[in-house]
Design a protein around this ligand. Structure first.
Ligand code: SF4
Length: 376
């Protein structure tokens, strides 16, 4: 049996999340489910499947203590459905407590090293990304948004961390990569640990919502938190992991790199609907066979879209699943139904996002001023 591959900069293939958990020491989320009073859609449906030390963050929620929610998103394009999942989880954890602050790193150094995007290009895209997360519900009053390339604290920490990390350690976590990507990894560790610096209130629980493929960054950050515990008092960051949504063309992960594999949140609604209509399904070769033995929702990228994003009610997602397996639902009508929902969602999201562009610029500007005014 082949090992699961986890590559934060490539197309990770995860066939078996249970095996992935045990291989990399990720804890199951299930034992903590009763601690969520209002679990998010991702948590209720098992899309968030694993965690590391999440109990520490839930303790902070229960005892009304400060904690941080941190994630970095590469500004390589408009949010697509994969990045929306991370953003949704960031927003959800922020809603759990008035003592939660979101740190959103615009990962422009990583975008430069991994995707060849100049900082100027990233800068333009980043404003739209921030407007996207505001439209998804981020409270700007409890959010710090910054560009990696401009934040001296993360650069300084990356420099400090580089003394404790050897080439062999990075190779063991990430495989043989260009030095720029290793540098991005150290900067990401700086992002993840920055909320625990004295100017942000010192050591505290931090939850990092990520896709399963980003686990190498979490492992590196946790190792570094332990290595620098004496110097900074770091608490190893916690993480919650979501499954990777399959692409519409059937490949393992939706990616901004392949335009037909997904659609962005600013895609023309009709074009997105067309992509849905041409997406792969878990259907049978003939209608007769599908009626007789049912479709396979679990193998179906269209069902993923219902489950991960577009069936707001659990009952509706269950109905799609049951009707598919029961041979009541045919793929053509199932896609048609989803295309209608997607169109409506994108129109609504675009309206919200466009109205928030100015707020996004303000949030970036206010965060920059506030970060610059703090001791460094
Ligand atoms: S009926 Fe819907 S959920 Fe089932 S396989 Fe076809 S497209 Fe997928």
């Amino acid at each position: 049996m082949e090992n699961e591959r986890l590559d934060p900069w490539g197309n990770s293939a995860v066939d078996n999340y249970e095996r992935l958990r045990s291989e990399f020491g990720i804890e199951p989320l299930k034992p903590l489910l009763t601690r969520f009073k209002h679990p998010s859609l991702h948590i209720r449906r098992g899309i968030d499947f694993g965690q590391r030390d999440l109990g520490r963050v839930l303790d902070a929620v229960d005892s009304n203590k400060s904690f941080a929610v941190m994630s970095g998103i590469k500004p390589t394009g408009v949010f697509h459905l994969g990045t929306k999942m991370t953003a949704d989880d960031m927003v959800y954890f922020q809603t759990l407590s008035k003592k939660a602050t979101v740190f959103y790193a615009i990962a422009d150094v990583e975008a430069f090293n991994d995707n060849g995007l100049s900082f100027q290009q990233s800068s333009k895209i980043a404003i739209q990304n921030v407007a996207d997360i505001l439209a998804l519900g981020l409270d700007p009053e409890r959010a710090v948004v910054y560009k990696q390339s401009q934040e001296i604290r993360v650069m300084r920490m990356a420099t400090i961390f580089s003394k404790a990390v050897t080439n062999n350690m990075l190779r063991a976590i990430y495989g043989e990569r260009q030095v720029g990507l290793y540098l991005s990894a150290l900067i990401q560790a700086g992002d993840i640990l920055m909320p625990q610096l004295p100017e942000f209130g010192g050591p505290k629980p931090v939850v990092v919502p990520v896709g399963a493929d980003q686990d190498p960054h979490i492992r590196l950050s946790r190792d570094l938190a332990n290595s620098y515990r004496e110097d900074f008092g770091f608490i190893p960051p916690s993480a919650i992991y979501h499954r990777l949504i399959r692409s519409l063309d059937g490949s393992t992960k939706m990616s901004k790199r392949s335009s037909n594999s997904s659609f962005a949140l600013d895609e023309d609604p009709s074009s997105a609907a067309k992509k849905v209509m041409s997406g792969l399904t878990g259907g049978r070769p003939t209608v007769e066979e599908q009626r007789r033995i049912g479709g396979e929702a679990e193998k179906c990228p269209i069902y993923d879209l219902y489950l991960f994003h577009f069936a707001a009610e659990d009952e509706y997602a269950k109905r799609v699943y049951d009707e598919c397996y029961g041979g009541i639902r045919m793929c053509g009508e199932c896609k048609q139904e989803l295309a209608g929902i997607v169109k409506k969602y994108l129109e609504e999201h675009r309206r919200k996002r466009d109205s928030l562009m100015k707020d996004a610029e303000e949030l970036l500007e206010n965060s920059r001023k506030s970060l610059d005014s703090m001791p460094r």
